[in-house]
Design a protein around this ligand. Structure first.
Ligand SMILES: Cc1cc2nc3c(=O)[nH]c(=O)nc-3n(C[C@H](O)[C@H](O)[C@H](O)COP(=O)(O)OP(=O)(O)OC[C@H]3O[C@@H](n4cnc5c(N)ncnc54)[C@H](O)[C@@H]3O)c2cc1C
Length: 353
């Protein structure tokens, strides 16, 4: 069957791409090397919201939390769900000139499970060996979609290793009860098993041209991309001033604590702060206690010239963005990945019952 292709122009960046009728606009942009702003890629988070200036389009199933009926009537659209049926012009609402062009083209490559290690009671380190080394060039801080074996579903996971390692991809993954993919790390997958991954995606990558002081702020599995970024700075012996805040809940949720401080031996202007939000009486903890955002607020006297990278659960990321903006970092210097769930609303609802 021949699929019709249409031309889509993006304003105000003056980029044009071809979009096949059976793919969405976001996929088409990735395929042609443009890393548009996006989040869940599943019509649930609104990070790829844009404005349709002209053209005949339709949207596949999405959540009205991401795009309300009123917004849709006004002409807003979600690029991850938009199919075009004529040439079209779309205004991008969020874009970053530093990462928009020359992205590594998205590809699907085979890997094999190399190791699964328990870092805490509910966090696993997963290492996948690339069947062909160098087959997944990425930029530190990016993520891939792992295909869940035996299903049509994928789950997004950020690389925790840096881009110089060409023969493997490493991940830090939180286990969710009944989690379609994370559940397999408990009793499904074993070394040698094949897994396909598609990528690389994402814009939570270091702005190389900047020499600003850096603030990294993460929680839970949000350690993964930040770990990659901090190690990438260490690999180049960066002299930039770096402060790395990481928040966990209880003492049993801590991992990589000694590695977090040890990295200071390779970065001359580095400081790390590990904080717990729930420390019970009698628990052995001498460090900071409280929500990681409150601790940043208390310990950082002046953030106005900083550049910030935030990764973790959506409520933590939202709270951190609000704090950093209030403390004077403009939105265009705050980069983040929200670890939104990719589970379909129906599936997530069924699991909550
Ligand atoms: C850009 C990006 C990068 C990501 N990187 C990582 C990463 O490095 N490490 C990592 O562990 N995760 C990461 N995630 C989240 C990951 O893609 C999965 O959504 C999550 O791990 C659950 O997948 P699952 O198949 O195990 O569970 P699912 O079957 O999808 O869900 C199981 C249950 O857990 C709930 N659930 C799933 N995810 C969340 C959540 N984030 N918060 C609260 N409840 C949730 C679901 O609603 C459902 O009830 C990332 C997400 C995005 C969008």
């Amino acid at each position: 069957m021949i699929v019709a292709t249409h031309r889509v122009k993006f304003e105000p960046v003056d980029i044009e791409i071809d979009v096949d009728q059976d793919e969405n606009v976001l996929q088409a942009a990735f395929r042609q090397g443009y890393m548009l702003a996006h989040g869940c890629k599943a019509g649930q988070c609104s990070a790829c919201k844009a404005y349709l200036l002209e053209g005949d389009t339709d949207l596949a199933k999405y959540s009205t939390f991401a795009l309300s009926d009123m917004e849709r009537e006004e002409g807003y659209t979600l690029l991850c769900k938009t199919h075009v049926y004529s040439d079209a012009t779309i205004e991008l609402l969020h874009y970053d000139e530093d990462t928009l062009r020359n992205a590594n083209p998205i590809r699907t490559v085979p890997t094999r499970v190399a190791e699964i290690e328990a870092l805490t009671h509910d966090i696993r380190r997963l290492r996948l060996t690339l069947v062909t080394p160098g087959d997944m060039p990425f930029v530190s801080g990016q993520y891939v979609d792992i295909h869940v074996p035996g299903t049509d579903e994928t789950r997004s996971f950020s690389m925790a290793n840096t881009a110089v390692q060409r023969d493997y991809l490493e991940f830090i993954i939180k286990l969710y009860p009944g989690g379609l993919f994370s559940g397999l790390l408990e009793n499904g997958l074993k070394p040698g098993d094949p897994l396909d991954v598609t990528g690389p995606y994402g814009t939570c990558t270091l702005r190389e041209r900047s020499q600003r002081d850096l603030l990294f702020l993460g929680g839970g599995a949000g350690m993964a991309p930040l770990w990659s970024l901090v190690n990438a700075l260490a690999e180049t012996g960066s002299k930039r001033k770096v402060v790395y805040y990481y928040g966990a809940r209880t003492p049993r949720d801590i991992f990589y604590a000694s590695q977090m401080s040890a990295i200071g031996s390779r970065l001359p202007n580095y400081r790390s702060v590990l904080a717990l939000s729930e420390v019970g009486p009698g628990q052995d903890w001498n460090g900071e206690v409280g929500l990681i955002t409150d601790i940043v607020d208390r310990l950082e006297p002046d953030l106005t010239e900083h550049e910030a990278y935030i990764c973790g659960p959506p409520p933590m990321v939202d709270a951190a963005i609000a704090l950093l903006e209030r403390r004077g970092i403009p939105p265009e210097r705050i980069y983040f990945d929200k670890f939104t769930t990719t589970a379909s609303p129906d599936r997530a609802l069924a699991q909550r019952r």
